[in-house]
Design a protein around this ligand. Structure first.
Ligand SMILES: Nc1ncnc2c1ncn2[C@@H]1O[C@H](COP(=O)(O)OP(=O)(O)OP(=O)(O)O)[C@@H](O)[C@H]1O
Length: 278
C-alpha cells in the first residue's frame, strides 16, 4: 500500500495522581492518499487521543506518526483540524476566518487577488458564499461548521482531521453536511480521518472504518472496508442489503464484541443492544 500517513505502534500514557494511565496501546494504522477513514468506538476509548497525536498536540509515549516521510512532532497546517464546536473567531466574518488560515499558509506565496479568489472558492465549495460577510453569531450551527470546513480545506492540508464534526448538529442538518462532505470529497479526494459515534455516518462516508476497543489500553479492534460504490446516495443505500450488512458489522462490534459495561451505584448497565440489566 502507498502509505501517506503512518500511525506506527503508538502508546499514549497520561500522568494522573494515581499514576500513569495508559489510554492507547499499540495503535497501528496506515492510511493512503485520498482515503477516508473513520474512527469509531465507545465514549472514552481514545479516539480523540489518536487524533491529537496525529495533529501533533500530543506526543505519543511510544511509537510515532509519519506523514509523507516526515515525523510529526508538533501541530502544522498540513494537518488541518475541524472540531465539533466550530472554533471560529467570533469577531471576524466567515471570510476573515478563512482568510486567517490562508494568510498562515499562503501569506508569502500567493498574491492578494489570488488569495481573495481562493477564500471565495473555498466558501463556495461549502455553500457559504452567500453569507461570507456574516459573523459567527449571525449564522446557524451548520453554517458555522461549513465555515470551519472551508477554513480547513483552504489550507490544502495533506490530511484533514475531523473530530465529530457534525456531532452538535440536528439530524437533518447533519445529513446535509454529510452530503456536502461527500460532494467535496468527490471533487478534491482529500485524505481524511474522522471521528464519529454515528454508525450510519461512518458507513456512508468512509472507505474504511477503524473500530477501537474499549480503554484503558485501547487499540484497533477491527477494520471494516466499505466497498460501496461512489457517489453514494443515502436513500437508495438504506434499502441496500450490502450497506445494511456493513452497518450491522459495526453494530455487532460495538454492542456485542465491545459491549460497554458501566457500574453506577452498584447497578450494572450496558450500552449494548444485547444488554441485560443486573
Ligand atoms: N490529558 C489527559 N490526561 C489524562 N487522561 C486523559 C487525557 N486525555 C484523555 N484522557 C483519558 O484517555 C481516555 C481516552 O480519552 P479520549 O478523549 O481520547 O476518548 P474518546 O474516545 O475520544 O472519547 P469521546 O468519544 O467521549 O470523545 C479517557 O479515559 C480519558 O479520560
Amino acid at each position: 500500500m502507498d502509505t501517506l500517513l503512518d500511525i506506527s505502534h503508538i502508546d499514549m500514557a497520561f500522568p494522573t495522581p494515581e499514576g500513569g494511565f495508559t489510554a492507547l496501546k499499540d495503535v497501528d494504522l496506515k492510511i493512503k492518499k485520498g482515503e477516508f477513514v473513520s474512527l469509531i468506538g465507545h465514549s472514552g476509548c481514545g479516539k480523540s487521543t489518536v487524533l491529537n497525536v496525529v495533529a501533533g498536540l500530543y506526543q505519543a509515549t511510544k511509537g510515532g506518526v509519519i506523514l509523507s516521510g516526515r515525523e510529526v512532532t508538533e501541530p502544522g497546517p498540513e494537518r488541518a483540524v475541524v472540531f465539533q464546536n466550530h472554533s471560529l473567531l467570533p469577531w471576524l466574518t466567515a471570510y476573515q476566518n478563512v482568510e486567517l488560515a490562508v494568510e498562515q499558509v499562503f501569506g508569502k506565496t500567493m498574491s492578494k487577488p489570488a488569495k481573495k479568489e481562493w477564500i471565495e472558492h473555498n466558501l463556495k465549495l461549502v455553500h457559504m458564499d452567500h453569507a461570507m460577510y456574516k459573523r459567527p453569531n449571525e449564522i446557524s450551527g451548520g453554517m458555522k461548521q461549513r465555515v470551519g470546513i472551508a477554513r480547513a480545506l483552504a489550507m490544502q492540508p495533506e490530511v484533514l482531521l475531523m473530530d465529530e464534526p457534525f456531532g452538535a448538529l440536528d439530524a437533518l442538518t447533519r445529513a446535509h453536511m454529510q452530503d456536502s462532505l461527500m460532494e467535496i470529497q468527490n471533487e478534491l479526494n482529500n485524505t481524511v480521518i474522522m471521528i464519529t459515534h454515528d454508525v450510519d455516518e461512518a458507513v456512508l462516508l468512509s472507505d474504511r472504518i477503524v473500530m477501537m476497543t474499549n480503554g484503558p489500553s485501547a487499540t484497533v479492534g477491527e477494520i471494516l472496508h466499505v466497498d460501496l460504490e461512489r457517489p453514494r446516495d443515502r436513500l437508495s443505500l438504506s434499502k441496500d442489503a450490502h450497506y445494511n450488512r456493513l452497518r450491522s458489522e459495526v453494530l455487532t462490534f460495538l454492542y456485542e464484541k465491545q459491549r460497554k459495561v458501566e457500574t453506577i451505584k452498584n447497578k450494572t448497565i450496558s450500552t449494548g443492544t444485547t444488554a441485560k440489566t443486573a
